[in-house]
Design a binder for this molecule. Structure first.
Ligand SMILES: Cc1ncc(COP(=O)(O)O)c(C=O)c1O
Ligand SMILES: NCC(=O)CCC(=O)O
Length: 425
């Protein structure tokens, strides 16, 4: 029996579905998940010794490429001094200062250990600050797995066709209004109906959990305006886009300033770090200063923070994002060109180090349009590329990621493989 299969069978005995996060299972594309043994730069190697060019990048964090020597060294150096203290450290100040210096919307920031914790805490803070119960989220956006956000969500929930989780009593989500991404009229109507009850809007300002969907011109600006007008807070969930689409996330690209930003993935450099931050008067509602409780045994963990700090430093090198985006563009445009040559209905989009692939003639602007993509064709493409050693996300509803180590040779090899695959789809 191939070793991946043996490991999957063994894993399935003791771990639900054999995986510790559902998106890792190949359930929507079929087949056996690859069990990864090691990774370096743009590559991962599975338990059978097969090398794959990786466009998942740990679902976003691996922006410098896997096992970047400076990040590994920082982790090793920090580990020698102890793994966790449950008391403050100077490195936590440094990473807070780094985030505040880079994102003008953040005046104060609290560290947590995952994106889920960041969004869950940000929602609680928005409700505590405004003293209002209701929140707006958008269908197909995924904000982690806190109860009030597991409604018509993206990522694995969309992939597996179960967008609202069981185990969440209706009472827990009665205050969550779910609207269509990029539909300003619907947001206006919601504010007209519930304006004085709405604590916040939470949005992926570039959606990356229903494949990649950009905000249409004016959408984020309208969200900002409506929140300001009605006294609600605007939360940008930049867990995926933060330091991924550019040096200041989507807020830097668009100039739209949220009240609270959530971060994770890249800011931990592959270690568990999340954060939520924003205006000082809002952040001062958080315990111990304010009445909104929020805590964590491992929050600001010294080893994780060390990885995050050196990652942020390396991302600040001049031209980093120009180079990253140039590589992502080569991949996206190159795939689109080769698909067109083969007569395959396909389009691709990208921002910074993040991309979307769509088996559809035109780039989608709504979840409804994403849902028109040819999933069967995607599955064939996914498996044919995997056989050629190219690892894309095992879902038609996820964004992909390029790292600083995806150089021309790596991208060209992917394009050559895609040319052969498209010709036989
Ligand atoms: C936009 C967004 N928010 C929140 C999350 C949750 O983060 P985590 O998986 O670290 O809990 C994710 C990814 O999982 C995400 O993409
Ligand atoms: N876009 C999907 C994710 O980022 C989620 C990763 C996970 O839940 O393991």
């Amino acid at each position: 029996m191939p070793r991946n299969t043996a490991l999957f069978e063994r894993a399935s005995q003791t771990i639900p579905g054999g995986v510790n996060s559902p998106v890792r299972a190949f359930r929507s594309v079929g087949g056996v998940p690859r069990f990864i043994e090691r990774a370096n730069g743009p590559y991962v190697w599975d338990a059978q010794g097969t090398r794959y060019t990786d466009y998942v990048g740990s679902w976003g964090p691996a922006i410098l490429g896997h096992a970047h020597p400076e990040v590994i060294k920082a982790v090793q150096d920090a580990a020698v001094n102890g793994l966790s203290f449950g008391a403050p450290t100077e490195a936590e100040i440094e990473i807070a200062e780094a985030l505040v210096a880079r994102l003008p919307s953040i005046e104060k920031v609290r560290l947590v250990s995952s994106g889920t914790e960041a969004t869950m805490s940000a929602i609680r803070l928005a409700r505590g600050y405004t003293k209002r119960p209701k929140i707006i989220k958008f269908e197909g956006c995924y904000h982690g797995h806190a109860d009030s956000l597991l409604v018509k969500a993206g990522s694995g929930m969309l992939t597996f066709g179960n967008p609202t989780s069981a185990g969440v009593p209706p009472e827990f989500i009665q205050h969550t209004l779910v609207l269509d991404f990029n539909n300003i009229d619907a947001v206006e109507a919601a504010f007209n109906a519930h304006g004085d009850e709405l604590a916040c809007i939470i949005v992926e300002p570039i959606a990356g959990n229903m494949n990649l969907v950009r905000p249409q011109p004016g959408f984020l600006e309208a969200l900002r305006q409506l929140c300001t007008k009605h006294g609600a807070l605007l939360i940008f969930d930049e867990v995926m886009t933060g330091f991924r689409v550019g040096p200041q996330g989507v807020q830097g690209l668009t100039g739209v300033k949220p009240d609270i930003t959530t971060l994770a993935k890249v800011i931990g450099g592959g270690m568990p770090v999340g954060a939520f931050g924003g205006r000082a008067d809002i952040m001062e509602y958080v315990a111990p200063l304010g009445p909104v409780y929020q805590a964590g045994t491992l929050s600001g963990n010294p080893v994780a923070v060390a990885a995050g700090l050196v990652t942020l430093k390396l991302l600040s090198e001049p031209g980093f994002y120009d180079r990253l985006e140039a590589q992502t563009r080569k991949l996206a445009d190159g795939l689109a060109e080769r698909a067109e040559n083969a007569g395959i209905p396909f389009s691709a989009d990208y921002v910074g180090g993040m991309f979307g692939l769509y088996f559809r003639e035109r780039i989608p602007t709504t979840l409804a349009e994403v849902s028109e993509c040819d999933i069967e064709l995607f599955k064939k493409f996914f498996h044919a590329m995997l056989i050629k050693g190219i690892y894309f996300a095992p879902s038609a509803f996820e964004a992909g990621f390029v790292s600083a180590t995806h150089d021309d040779d790596v991208i060209n090899a992917t394009l050559d493989a895609a040319e052969e695959v498209f010709a036989k789809l």
